[in-house]
Design a protein around this ligand. Sequence first.
Ligand SMILES: [Zn+2]
Length: 328
Amino acid sequence: MKIEVIYDDIYKFHSSKRYHVENPSRLEKALSALKGFEVRFTKPYKIEDPQIIHSEDYVNLVRKSSELEDELDADTYTNKKTYEVALYALGGALKALEVNGIALVRPPGHHAGINGKALGAPTLGFCIFNNVAYPIKKLRLKRVAIIDFDVHYGNGTQEIFYDDPEVLHIDIHQDPRTIYPGTGYPDMVGKGEAEGTKVNLLIPPLGGDDLYDELFPIIHSILDDFRPSVLAFSAGFDAYKNDGLASLNVTEYTYYNFGRLGMNFPRRYTVLEGGYSTGLVNGLRAFLEGLTGIEKDYRQFKSSDSVKSRFMNYLSEERNILRKYWSI
Ligand SMILES: [Zn+2]
């Protein structure tokens, strides 16, 4: 099966004068993961209306900061090209929806909320505009399920859709007590009519594939209940063992299973979030194998007993919350 990849070299033009882990070489790694697949490349759109997801003030702040090559905060830099590149990143996500493809974009987006920093986060976490949110807002999509498996909580995305019952957001991330952005607990379930449609599932530090394996049946049950018309992946590969920014031990096994989740889905798109070294190559490749239905038999990395028992405690709390809304 051919993979539709949305990419443009413009995504490399956002860069920092000083070393930064979120840099253009990430895309070289991501592109190298495509080796061996049948791929068709498509160019992204350039978007002119970022204010359909972000406040006017925030959009102006990014434009100004970009003109001045300022830092938006201690984590998040801009250069002269950042504003334009970020518009193309939004357009990459939109194009990905049109062709059921994967947008290999920078800068990433899932930490960017309505006014920038979201839900109490200390910084924007390298993100500029929220790419995965854009097609949903632009086309007023109904019944969308976003699966965010980046190791960090997609606080920006969750904030944008917090009161929107049409968007199911399932976010699997490392325990926020131990990692940026420090929020994303299971009791954050959405508000008003959207209550229950925001799902946060936690993995303790040093957790591996066996823990994710416990989550997949829950994710499947929720998707069966919600019956999305569109499936979106906020695809970060930084939970991969030794990728660099986190403390999880995820391997090909889990990324392959995330890919399988989208395999038979008629309308879907994937947007690149994090992933900084080996995860971006090995994790992305395994995800694409799963997505395209290639048979693989990866070995599972098992967590220690103490890590697993901490996870099971989280899981029982999560189940108690989820049972109110879903037939899990
Ligand atoms: Zn991340």
